[in-house]
Design a protein around this ligand. Sequence first.
Ligand code: HEC
Ligand code: HEC
Length: 302
Amino acid sequence: MIRWVRGVLYILAGLVGVVAVGLAVLYIWSEVRMNRSLDVEVAELSIEATDKQLERGEHVAAIRGCRDCHGPNLTGDVVLEDPMAGRISAPNLTPAEGTPVESYKPEDWLRAIRHGVSPEGRRLVFMPSYEYIDLGPRDLKALIAYLEQLKPVESDVPVMRVGPILRLNYLTGVYPLVAADVIDHSKPLEAAPEPGPTARYGQYLATGCVGCHGPNFSGGPIPGVPPSWPPASNLTPHQETGLGDWSRQQFMETLRTGTLPSGRQMNNRHMPWQTTAAMTDMELQALWRFLMSLPPRPQGNR
Ligand code: HEC
Ligand code: HEC
């Protein structure tokens, strides 16, 4: 009897050991990969900060999701907190003492936004620069002009702690936790399509939907988020599972109010409708045109 108990204890101790070693390898390996510094060549931009540019910049910050993560006033926020995913916090973007952007120059903004790299060459974690690499110079200039004139506001942002699930998804390539790893940094700065209610302009705006709805826009479970999240909806014109029987009016109302045609309110953390609510009619029409031009796909083909 005693020998049997001792055997079980040995096996349990062995399992605990294997898990501990596994976690240690996971943490060390992911730390090493995240901490490889990166020196990127940053394009030159002239920032004029005209009233028109500042107004445009404020709009770009609103519709490109900066406020979703960095907080409504851009003073920093906790984006995600979960025992397995960890705590993801986005820093204060006002030049208050001690913030990373305190002594930012225009090229530092461009490096962080477009390349996902800090001025010291650190790869930013969870900051979705792959959504911003294709921003046109007009939008980038306006955005940076706007960010540069923010007044310093002190805030307390809890430190970031990347949990085991995000690390595992990062190492296995399931989730692009570190945008700088997946971006083609040599991509030249190219003019954005002409603004208008066209599919082409809609595609330009829809880069911000890909992270959740997938590169094919057919939705499904979102990689890297806690399991309590609903799957992303199918945005292709698929009849049974997508937007096939939606009208443009329903689409625009849903993205303005976060309320689905069924009357159900979506959680802004899951589906950032406050970001789409900031879009103009023209921008929502462009998105609709673009989505309706896609081949219909059943839900879940990312
Ligand atoms: C999905 C969430 C998310 C969105 C959207 C987002 N950010 Fe971030 N951002 C982060 C996180 C998290 C960090 C912290 C990264 C780190 O410290 O490794 C960060 C870091 C930064 C930094 C700091 C770099 C440094 O030197 O440490 C800047 C600047 C920045 N973001 C600007 C922006 C701007 C501008 C936008 C909108 C165009 C934006 N972010 C959109 C999550 C986000
Ligand atoms: C952070 C992840 C995320 C981003 C970014 C995102 N979505 Fe969503 N979206 C979701 C999730 C999750 C749902 C389902 C929410 C629910 O069922 O409560 C959803 C639902 C929707 C719906 C409702 C459709 C239906 O049939 O349920 C529409 C329309 C939509 N998203 C459009 C967009 C567009 C357009 C963009 C880009 C401008 C976008 N979303 C960006 C996660 C996201």
